[in-house]
Design a binder for this molecule. Structure first.
Ligand code: SF4
Ligand code: F3S
Length: 103
């Protein structure tokens, strides 16, 4: 599962699609955690898609991650600033790849 304290335990190494990226990042195998309020662990996400299909405010968009060992698609929390903290994505993800900081 994603580490809910990633913002303390990891370093912010950059930005992609306007979303923070928390390392370590060593493409194509290691892609880190993307997002801050809504965070997706790219190394756990297996492209199930339930988060993207069910988020009521369309926070997520697909991105290609060629040659990642788990899946070649991931969800970017592109519109994380629109999140309404419903926690649906956190509950529905089969591999617990998403953390939403509702506090
Ligand atoms: Fe979307 Fe709800 Fe997840 Fe926020 S908590 S990203 S609103 S599904
Ligand atoms: Fe990935 Fe989980 Fe969404 S596997 S696509 S973060 S439901």
């Amino acid at each position: 599962a994603i580490d809910p304290n990633f913002d303390q335990n990891r370093e912010r190494v950059g930005e992609e699609d306007g979303v923070a990226v928390w390392g370590p990042v060593e493409p194509p195998e290691k892609l880190g955690i993307h997002g801050t309020h809504v965070a997706v662990d790219y190394d756990i996400c297996l492209a199930d898609g339930a988060c993207l299909e069910n988020c009521p405010v369309d926070v997520f968009t697909w991105v290609d991650t060629p040659d990642h060992p788990v899946s070649e698609l991931k969800v970017e929390p592109t519109n994380e600033d629109q999140c309404i903290d419903c926690m649906l994505c956190v509950d529905i993800c089969p591999v617990d790849a998403i953390d939403v900081d509702a506090s």
